[in-house]
Design a protein around this ligand. Structure first.
Ligand SMILES: *[C@@H]1O[C@H](CO)[C@@H](O)[C@H](O)[C@H]1NC(C)=O
Ligand SMILES: *[C@@H]1O[C@H](CO)[C@@H](O)[C@H](O)[C@H]1NC(C)=O
Length: 186
């Protein structure tokens, strides 16, 4: 009964975005940042709650377009056996800060920030996004991405430390289910 009550009260909160009081914090991004090495396929390991990401097997693919923008194809499995893709565009707004990207998924939705706090390009990436709302509230997203569907304990700890430095509370992170994702195996 108490467990049921707890779930009832907590569930709406965890399914929402992460709102906090106060403006976005000052955070350090990776410098220098090599976009070319960053391109390619990344799997989502854990994240702050995001209403647009409810499925499992979430992955992102980044590729350079001829016009210099970055094609973003995110995929997630909401129905077993079906990976649903969504395409967006990322841009480097200021070439002196290449690790600070902006990403949009439609002409209607505003461009959100996508800041690479840390990456070694070959195993892990730590991404942070924060939007000020009237300098009173902020909405935050954060992701730990990996080149593999699983991450070693040491690499994960390194990534989590980066998020902590940006003020993200690790207890708010929700792990992404990366099991049963190989469509050929179904
Ligand atoms: C680009 O980034 C540099 C370094 O942070 C900054 O000094 C400069 O004002 C920025 N330029 C624009 C147009 O925002
Ligand atoms: C990814 O997983 C494969 C197979 O488990 C392993 O051989 C490889 O070392 C892993 N790569 C990284 C970067 O962890």
């Amino acid at each position: 009964m108490w467990m049921y009550l707890l779930l009832f009260v907590v569930a709406p909160l965890v399914s929402a975005q992460t709102f906090s009081c106060g403006p976005c914090p000052q955070v350090n991004v990776q410098q220098p940042f090599d976009l070319q090495r960053y391109l390619g396929r990344w799997f989502e390991i854990t994240k702050l709650p995001a209403s647009f990401e409810r499925g499992k097997c979430i992955e992102a693919n980044y590729a350079l377009r001829k016009d210099g923008t970055i094609q973003v194809i995110n995929k997630q499995m909401e129905i077993p056996g079906t990976l649903t893709p969504i395409e967006g565009t990322a841009v480097v707004k200021n070439q002196s800060e290449p690790a600070k990207l902006g990403v949009g998924f439609s002409y209607l939705s505003p461009v959100g920030s996508y800041w690479v706090l840390y990456t070694d390009y070959t195993s892990v990436s730590v991404v942070y996004s924060c939007t000020d709302i009237l300098r009173v509230f902020r909405v935050e997203f954060a992701w730990i991405l990996a080149r593999n569907r699983t991450l070693s304990v040491e690499t994960r700890a390194r990534a989590e430390a980066e998020l902590q430095r940006a003020g993200v509370k690790l207890c708010q992170l929700i792990p992404t289910d990366q099991s049963g994702c190989d469509l050929n195996m179904l």
